[in-house]
Structure formats: structure tokens, C-alpha cells
Write a protein that binds this ligand. Structure first.
Ligand code: ZN
Ligand code: ZN
Length: 328
């Protein structure tokens, strides 16, 4: 069963601009203490007290450009979003206009958005048995990172890959090899490995596989993990009855410091089904109570939450409002 509720205790010393926030949390074996002078962080904490402590949004279409996505998410009531860097099923990508990206940056700082979480194409597979597919994947990865660098400091999430019969260990090595060719020390983007449901030959179906990939990558400091609630549940992690236990496993195997974003989805199927069929919040097997506990868990505090639920615009607007209401 879920453990006792854990909350950040907040105190501060100093005043005005010199105010230093001190946050303390007891959670399982963790005693976390954070002192924050950083302007952004202080604003997050102030935001929490006004009931704006979660970064929530959904996938948007990049068709009309970056500024348009910013305006659209403001209209949706959210404060983060995701987009596909290229057609999710195909491979084409749109050129970036510097003025468009600058206009988005203004919206992000003015409206105090959290980190954005771009999503790679589903066709990008760094560990296909087919060398041509692998090379195409690496090419996409490099070009996508290059583009992400025009909007520095955000997240680029990808599905680690499908080993297509080569076995998970071979897949893990090829994924790491691809990352080692694409990541570079000066980059400002953090690349996120998504937790997978374990459908077909997917690599990243458990925390151990993600950890093995990270271990083989030279520039580990550029890597993080995106926790997809539907995928982890389908992958066999009981986030409904034992969220603390799952997060403790994550911490023991990968480390909570790698946890950077959440794909916030209910699931059509049961825990361990390895199906990967997303459902609207509260309408699936995870259920609204568990979704709320996840959103409010201190391990996820301050992370961008991206809805990938089967909704139209109106549905996303409603889900964003629901999630925000948990923090009022
Ligand atoms: Zn995904
Ligand atoms: Zn996802």
C-alpha cells in the first residue's frame, strides 16, 4: 500500500531578493533538504502557495510554429507542452525560424512555463536489426538535437528503441552507441529515455534496462528519464497500490535525480499487460485517485506533466483544469 503522505516543509531566511528558501522533505529513506536562491526555483515555490505548483500540458501540433504552440497552451490553461519534432509516423521535420522560437521563449518566461518536452518520431529506432534503420535513427537524433539547441534548456524525449529480435542486451548497446555519437558536452538539451510498456521487442521495459543504457553513455549528464504512467503500469509496476515502492525501486536502480518529466496517462489495460493503450484520466485501470496521488507525490514535484490521453482540445482543457484543481 502507499506509504504515509510526505510533504515538503518550507522555511526561509532573509527577505526580498536575498530570501533563501529552505525546503525539507522526509520520504522513505530520504531526508531531502534544498536551499534555493535561484530565481526560477523561488518562483516555483511562490507559485505553489498560489496553487500553481504543477506544470501540466499536452501534446500540440507544431504545424503553425512555436509561438503558436505557446499561445495555444496558454489558452488551454497549461504551463508546459510537448510536440513531435517531426511527423510521429513519418520522418519529415519543419525548419525553425529563430524569430518564432524567440517569440515562444518570451511566452515561456512571461507565463512561467515549466520545461518543455519534445517527443522524437516513433520511427526513430537506434537498435533496429536493420543497419539502415539504425543509421536513419541516428541521423534523426542528431538533427533533432541540433534543432532543440535553438530553444536551449528543454527536454527531448524518445523511445529507446525496439531490438527487433536481436535481444535486449544487443539493443541496449546499440542505443548507447547511438547516443554516444549524438550527445556532446556543450549541448543545453537534456535527452530523456521514456519508460516503456514492453510491447513487442521494446527496450526500456524496466528500470534496469534504462539504467544499463545510461551506464554505457559517456555524457550521462545529458540524460534523464521520462516516466510514462501508462507504460510503467503496463510494464508491471504497481503505481496504484505501491507508488512509494515503485519510486524507491526507481531511485535504487536509476536514481531520482534522473527523473525529469512525466507522461501523465491512464491505461486501458491492467498492470503488467505490456499493451501500451493510453486512456483518459480516471477512465482506465489506474483510476483518478491514483493519478492524483502520482501528481502530488514529492518525487515528481516541479516536473513537467504531459497528457498523452486520447482527447480532443476540449478534453485536454478539461483534464488540465482537473489536474490543476488538485493543487488549489
Ligand atoms: Zn512516447
Ligand atoms: Zn509517453
Amino acid at each position: 500500500m502507499a506509504g504515509a503522505e510526505s510533504v515538503w516543509e518550507k522555511t526561509w531566511r532573509g527577505s526580498g531578493k536575498d530570501k533563501v528558501w529552505i525546503r525539507e522533505m522526509n520520504w522513505g529513506k530520504h531526508n531531502v533538504r534544498a536551499e534555493e536562491k535561484n530565481r526560477e526555483k523561488v518562483e516555483i515555490i511562490v507559485g505553489r502557495e498560489r496553487g500553481l505548483m504543477i506544470y501540466i500540458g499536452c501534446h500540440l501540433s507544431v504545424t503553425n510554429g512555436y509561438e503558436a504552440m505557446g499561445h495555444q497552451m496558454v489558452g488551454f490553461g497549461g504551463n508546459t507542452f510537448a510536440w513531435f519534432t517531426r511527423n510521429p509516423r513519418g520522418g519529415k521535420s519543419k525548419d525553425i525560424e529563430p524569430a518564432d522560437v524567440d517569440a515562444l521563449s518570451d511566452i515561456l518566461s512571461e507565463k512561467r512555463f515549466g520545461k518543455l518536452v519534445a517527443h522524437a518520431s516513433y520511427t526513430m529506432n537506434l537498435c533496429s536489426a536493420n543497419p539502415e534503420t539504425r543509421n536513419n535513427g541516428l541521423d534523426m537524433l542528431k538533427k533533432d538535437i541540433e534543432k532543440m539547441e535553438m530553444l536551449p534548456g528543454h527536454y527531448y524525449n524518445f523511445h529507446p528503441g525496439s531490438h527487433t529480435g536481436q535481444g535486449a542486451d544487443a539493443g541496449i548497446e546499440q542505443i548507447a552507441k547511438g547516443l554516444n555519437k549524438a550527445l556532446f558536452p556543450e549541448m543545453k538539451t537534456t535527452v530523456l529515455l521514456e519508460t516503456m510498456a514492453g510491447k513487442g521487442s521494446e527496450v526500456g521495459k524496466n528500470f534496469e534496462e534504462l539504467k544499463k543504457i545510461i551506464d554505457l553513455v559517456e555524457h550521462k549528464e545529458k540524460l534523464g528519464v521520462c516516466f510514462d504512467t501508462c507504460h510503467t503500469w503496463d510494464g508491471g509496476y504497481d503505481i496504484v497500490n505501491d507508488l512509494d515502492g515503485v519510486l524507491e525501486q526507481f531511485d535504487r536502480i536509476i536514481g531520482l535525480d534522473r527523473l525529469r518529466a512525466v507522461h501523465f496517462n491512464d491505461s486501458k489495460n491492467d498492470c503488467g499487460s505490456h499493451k501500451d493503450r493510453h486512456e483518459k484520466l480516471g477512465q482506465g485501470m489506474i483510476g483518478m485517485e491514483a493519478m492524483k496521488r502520482i501528481a502530488q507525490h514529492p518525487a515528481f514535484e516541479g516536473l513537467p506533466f504531459i497528457l498523452e490521453t486520447p482527447n480532443d482540445d476540449e478534453g485536454y482543457i478539461q483534464e488540465i483544469a482537473t489536474v490543476k484543481s488538485w493543487f488549489e
